[in-house]
Write a protein that binds this ligand. Structure first.
Ligand code: ADP
Ligand code: GN1
Ligand code: MG
Length: 363
């Protein structure tokens, strides 16, 4: 199977200087957007790994600008921390020295990274220590990007976390209901409709200056940070496609969404899906250990709320995609986006119930 995959990828791999002979290829990770492979290369008898990614151009249509962002960020991080090669993603340019290769035959775009060895991602946390480490790494990442020189980063997905616009899109898709799926998710639709009011809280504050714009990651789910296999330390923030101007609340909110839940994002048995206050406490401590010094009082005040907002927004996006026919998030089974929506809304309800305890933790 992996040899078959390798054979299919060889015409792509030959456009990158991998300093050896490609020996194996396997699908890697569980991201919902790009196509990721781990490539094994035989470099004079030594096994070396790389990450090859097919870039999802449905989601990221402007690949040159996207890759310019990633080049700027990875170079900046490498300059700040030159002695630690695993502290940032490292791009491997194509043979024309470009940060990605475009296949002239079909227009598909590919990029290559050095493989970060001795570290892994998890899809769900299993201990408060993991939550602490992940949040600490994301806080340090925001801190490191605060002095990124040059123009603001390119907005790789316009209005990515503009929750009210996400809500409007949901309403439009619901109205059309082109696949007749609304009948399958009446409860979730009702939940979404009942939550419109809170959608604009962050975007309103960004618009009137009560919250600052910063360079943020915007997709801080738990499997976008690599944890050291031996020490458990959060060593590298990955998946940089959505780094752009945003609010720290987008990042912290998405950390809460994926790091305080006791089950996978697509768990069907909702009795297993719980918001865990202990994990939340570890997350807050980890995040404030690196980001606490630069956050404004208003940002700090809204940290607990951000979890609800981002979890709701993500659930709404899953629901919208389900109604539209699963065209955005990769799915592996029927109804998976609806299952994902259900876990998210279930978590929102739990966070609402524990709002006071969450606020106390941050205080
Ligand atoms: P997606 O945008 O589809 O989520 P990611 O960039 O997050 O894709 O990559 C998917 C997974 O591949 C990650 O969760 C991680 O496990 C793994 N991965 C990505 N880049 C590297 C790397 N440079 N070294 C090791 N593993 C990586
Ligand atoms: C996607 O790329 P990945 O799998 O890390 C999505 C996020 C969602 C997440 C839900 C560019 O993240 O916004 O929160 O799925 N990324 C994009 O799991 O839309
Ligand atoms: Mg990812």
């Amino acid at each position: 199977m992996s040899q078959e995959i390798l054979q299919n990828l060889l015409p792509i791999l030959e456009n990158f200087d991998l300093r050896g002979v490609p020996a194996d290829a396997e699908p890697w990770g569980s991201g919902h957007i790009n196509s990721t492979y781990r490539i094994t290369v035989d470099q004079s008898g030594r096994e070396v790994h790389y990450i090859l990614q097919g870039i999802n151009q449905h989601v990221f249509p402007n690949v040159p600008k996207l890759m310019e962002n990633i080049q700027r960020i990875t170079r900046h991080l490498a300059r700040r921390n030159p002695q630690d090669a695993r502290a940032t993603l490292t791009l491997v340019n194509d043979r024309q020295n470009q940060p990605f290769w475009k296949n002239p035959a079909d227009g598909e775009c590919y990029r290559m990274y050095l493989f970060i060895e001795g570290a892994s991602t998890v899809d769900a946390v299993t201990s408060p220590e993991q939550a602490y480490q992940a949040a600490k790494a994301f806080g340090a990442f925001q801190c490191a990007l605060a002095d990124l020189p040059g123009e603001p980063l390119f907005e790789s997905i316009v209005d990515f976390h503009h929750t009210p616009k996400r809500f409007q899109k949901f309403l439009a898709v619901l109205k059309e209901d082109k696949l007749g799926r609304a009948a399958l998710c009446q409860k979730e639709i009702a939940f979404a409709l009942a939550h419109e009011k809170e959608c604009s809280l962050v975007v309103d504050r960004l618009a009137d200056g009560r919250l600052p714009w910063r360079v943020t990651h915007n997709d801080t789910k738990i499997n976008n940070v690599m944890l050291d296999d031996k020490t458990g330390e959060g060593i590298c923030v990955i998946d940089l496609d959505t780094c752009m101007p945003g609010s720290v609340l987008y990042d912290f909110g998405d950390e809460i969404r994926t790091t305080t839940a006791t089950a996978a994002e697509d768990e069907r048995d909702l009795s297993k899906v719980n918001f865990d206050l202990n994990l939340f406490g570890a997350l807050v401590q980890g995040y404030l250990s690196t980001a606490g010094a630069f956050l404004t009082p208003e940002e700090k005040r809204l940290l607990p709320f951000s979890g609800r907002l981002l979890t709701f927004e993500c659930g709404l996006r899953f629901l919208t995609d389900f109604l539209e026919g699963d065209t955005y998030f990769r799915t592996h089974r029927e109804g998976q986006n609806l299952d994902r929506c259900r876990t998210q809304f279930h978590l929102v309800a739990q966070m609402e119930a524990q709002e006071e305890q969450m606020n106390q933790f941050v205080k």
